[in-house]
Design a protein around this ligand. Structure first.
Ligand SMILES: [Zn+2]
Length: 309
């Protein structure tokens, strides 16, 4: 993991990433509308329709990020972080939708080849939109890496879709024109489509996992348990549960201590354990339950004997 950003920096950059996305999608729509009026090209019309769906998708991410940053309320005391995962599901649906559309139009083009006429303005607009989109994608990748924001990640994936389809259109334009290989157009479309569908599946899978509170992975679990067991005064740790609230880790665990300790001492030991975890996982939320060592109780760990950690 790279150096941790402060909470404020995370919030600001998440907002920049999704605002930039809304701004760019509107700008691209206007540019393509202008190009359509100037050229009357059918390829630009379909790209314009795609930009319209980009606007909808980026507004969804924008709203999700704004919502997720709201903080806790009386009715939602864990906060609204999971709004990001919901928006990622919507994005996955959009990406899958474009996947099917690209596949359909690729196969359709094989049976009904169209004469592609590209005028200067059309090419300039498509190239410019490609460059702008690539700039946004690299910024979003940077933000997603540091914030672990699911909404930004999914929004960025959506723009990668645009770049891929645009590149495959340009590529097949050349190949079909120069080598006269008509089926190449269909081949790139089908390959792009398959790639998009795999991507949609991955994003949806990750979002559903987070919504269902999937554990953070054995490495994190091992690390937290080790930190607890190495804390002075802690004789054991069990029933650790972890989850991702949307870039923010949440830990819940029982620790075992000498039953004869004063409440004050037990509290101090717990605090120092919490501090350790929060240092390793900045912005994490930690809830620790204290058990007297050797107490009889029903344990989750006993139910889940087959788990590695
Ligand atoms: Zn316990």
């Amino acid at each position: 993991m790279s150096t941790a950003w402060t909470k404020e920096k995370i919030e600001h950059y998440k907002k920049y990433a999704v605002s930039g996305s809304v701004g760019l999608s509107i700008l691209l729509f206007l540019m393509k509308a202008f190009a359509l009026l100037a050229t009357g090209s059918l390829a630009i019309l379909s790209s314009l329709v795609d930009s319209l769906s980009d606007i909808v998708a980026s507004v969804v991410s924008f709203v999700a990020v704004k919502f997720s940053l709201k903080g806790a309320s009386c009715s939602h005391r864990y906060g609204y972080f999971k709004a990001e995962h919901l928006s990622a599901l919507v994005q996955a649906a959009f990406i899958a939708g474009s996947g099917f559309f690209v596949m359909y139009s690729g196969i359709d083009r094989f049976f009904h080849p169209i004469l592609i006429k590209q005028t200067g303005i059309g090419i300039v607009v498509m190239a410019l939109s490609l460059v702008l989109t690539l700039l946004l994608i690299s910024f979003q990748k940077y933000v997603a890496r540091h914030t672990h924001s699911m909404a930004v990640k999914a929004d960025s994936a959506h723009y990668v879709v645009d770049v891929l389809t645009n590149i495959s259109i340009i590529l097949s334009l050349f190949v079909v024109k120069i080598f006269g290989v008509q089926w190449f157009d269909t081949l790139t479309a089908v390959m792009t489509a398959l790639y998009l569908l795999i991507w949609a599946w991955k994003i949806a899978h990750e979002a559903v996992d987070a919504l269902l509170d999937k554990e953070l992975g054995d490495e994190v679990r091992k690390n937290v348990l080790n930190m607890l067991k190495q804390t002075e005064g802690i004789m054991g740790a069990h029933d650790l549960r972890t989850r991702d609230l949307g870039g923010i880790y949440y830990f819940e665990v029982h620790i075992e201590m000498d039953g004869n300790l004063s409440l004050l001492r037990a509290h101090q030991i717990t605090e120092s354990a919490e501090e350790k975890i929060k240092q390793a996982y900045p912005h994490a939320q930690v809830l620790i339950h204290q058990d007297p060592y050797g107490v009889k109780e029903e344990r989750l760990d006993d139910l889940l004997k087959n788990c590695e950690v």
